[in-house]
Design a protein. Structure first.
Length: 272
């Protein structure tokens, strides 16, 4: 073996030893990675030449459960943000007209939109029903001379059905405790059907209609993010009328019925 061959082997051995020593030095000099208290992992990207590095942190659980970009859950919507939602209500209660004897059952339903922060707009339909025997029926009439008078009809049985249809606005007041007071008002049209048998045994059936308005106030009691119980008191103002031919005077007269009254009802509110 020649001296030149020995020198070559020695030279290669020295290079290998130097490489191993450099790698060992790099490993020793590099500090170990430290996990944070929340055990987050970082993902980085750079945009453009020389752009600063931006780091987004995601938890291990988020990374393990995500098949794509990490999406963080939005805060629960409390009914007062800008997002518009559809709502519907259904309720049951009682209604008592001020100038008519007795009271009856009151059904109510509505549908609408949560327009802006505390404001609802929508349509409501209600139904007041009373059926009884031996009651009176009060109307106001205007005779051909322009005089007004009141007529009280005694009946052996009578059924009264009032249907108000309203466009309304409701303003809610946030409380942060799951209880949401509100006030509102509406305008619309109302229809009344009265039928029965008078005290002489003659059957009658009369229909009326006219402008109506309502004022109301109540509270929503949150059950879940999309469901609530509600309780409400309401004042309904309407005077419905109809034109009838009076054979005694031989002319058409206008008959009016005052259906002003107060209602109280409760039910469910749903959001979609």
């Amino acid at each position: 073996m020649s001296l030149r061959t020995i020198n070559r082997r020695t030279y290669r051995s020295l290079l290998a030893a130097a490489g191993v020593a450099a790698l060992f030095t790099f490993v020793i000099a590099t500090p170990p990675a430290q996990a944070s208290a929340l055990d987050y992992q970082g993902s980085t990207f750079t945009s453009g030449a020389g752009a600063a590095r931006v780091t987004f942190l995601a938890s291990d659980a988020e990374l393990r459960n995500s098949n794509g970009p990490v999406r963080r859950r939005s805060p629960r919507y409390d009914g007062y943000g800008p997002r518009q939602r559809t709502f519907a209500t259904i309720g049951l209660g009682g209604y008592e007209p001020s100038d008519q004897p007795g009271n009856g059952v009151y059904f109510s339903g509505s549908v609408g939109t949560e327009l802006q922060s505390p404001i609802d707009v929508g349509l409501s339909a209600s139904w007041y029903h009373r059926s009884t025997g031996g009651s009176q029926f009060v109307t106001t009439f205007e005779d051909p001379a322009g005089n007004t008078g009141q007529r009280v009809v005694d009946t052996s049985d009578i059924s009264t059905d009032l249907v108000p249809l309203m466009a309304f606005v409701r303003v809610k007041f946030p409380s942060g405790s799951g209880i949401q007071p509100y006030v509102g008002g509406g305008i619309g049209w109302e229809w009344l059907l009265v039928e029965g048998t008078d005290s002489d045994g003659y059957a009658f059936s009369d229909s009326y209609d006219g402008f109506g308005a309502q004022l109301f106030g109540g509270m929503n009691f949150t059950v879940s993010p999309n469901t609530a119980l509600y309780g409400e008191v309401l004042f309904n103002s309407s005077t419905v009328s109809a034109d009838f031919y009076d054979p005694f005077f031989g002319v058409t007269v206008r008959d009016q019925i005052d259906m002003d009254g107060a209602a109280a009802h409760a039910g469910l509110r749903f959001r979609f």
